[in-house]
Design a protein around this ligand. Structure first.
Ligand SMILES: N[C@@H](CCC(=O)N[C@@H](CS)C(=O)NCC(=O)O)C(=O)O
Length: 224
């Protein structure tokens, strides 16, 4: 395998899973740098290179630097066109991008918002049941749309795994650990069959790890 660069990230993070999975399918090696959250990404050396101080970040063997998990994964995929991770044509690549943006912004953004609400991340540990409900309903609308699409095909863009499928699986794994308990998951059989197909692919199974889904959606923390 050809070494393409170093990655700073956490294996439990969905974005790091996107990048490692893309590299595994593309047959490229990415060196996962030693990393301690809150320490490595705050070090002067890291901040000097990546001033936003977030992970994941990437530095190629040629010194090219990149942040944003989906963009790093897309770059890795583009280095191996024969992997077909971006499909077979310019239109396929546009559809891969469409589904990546959809997964991140129309599904994952709501998971993150619900997580921040229930974890009482906001000032004064504010929690609002009505905001929680509204955000969850926005996610439901996206999931219904996705369910319909996945009732027609095994993978999102072509007849094999593309980067869109990998990123969607990362987003769904996270949603099923926060907003989607067993009862909610039962409403989306095609979405979860797709998840099992992608996360169970022998090339990336170990990167995705155990599902660790919740039985019921995560409830708001008590306000101490
Ligand atoms: N939009 C970025 C988000 C990255 C991100 O928020 N990473 C978190 C860890 S999951 C982080 O580094 N947080 C550190 C901080 O906020 O200072 C991506 O998708 O890569």
């Amino acid at each position: 395998m050809v070494l393409i660069g170093s990655l700073w990230g956490d294996r439990r993070q969905r974005q790091t899973k996107y990048i490692l999975s893309a590299a595994a399918i593309a047959g490229l090696e990415v060196d996962l740098a030693p990393f301690e959250f809150g320490v490595t990404n705050k070090s002067p050396e890291f901040v000097n290179k990546f001033p936003l101080a977030k992970i994941p970040t990437f530095e190629g063997v040629d010194g090219f630097t990149l942040l944003e998990g989906a963009s790093i994964a897309r770059y890795v995929a583009s280095l191996a066109p024969e992997s077909k991770l971006l499909g077979n044509s310019i239109k396929d690549a546009a559809l891969v991008d469409q589904w990546i943006h959809f997964a991140e912004h129309e599904i994952n953004a709501y998971t993150d918002l619900v997580w921040q609400l229930v974890d009482r991340f906001f000032q004064e540990k504010a929690y609002s049941e009505s905001i929680h409900k509204t955000v969850f309903e926005r996610q439901e609308r996206s999931l219904k749309f996705l369910e319909q699409n996945l009732s027609l095909r095994e993978f999102l863009v072509t007849d094999e795994i593309t980067l869109a499928d990998i990123i969607l699986a990362g987003v769904i794994q996270r949603a099923a650990r926060v907003t989607l308990g067993a009862a909610e998951r039962a409403l989306y059989p095609n979405v979860f069959a797709h998840y099992a197909r992608v996360a169970g692919d022998p090339r990336i199974k170990d990167i995705f790890g155990a599902a660790d889904f919740v039985e019921v959606p995560v409830a708001p923390k008590k306000d101490e």
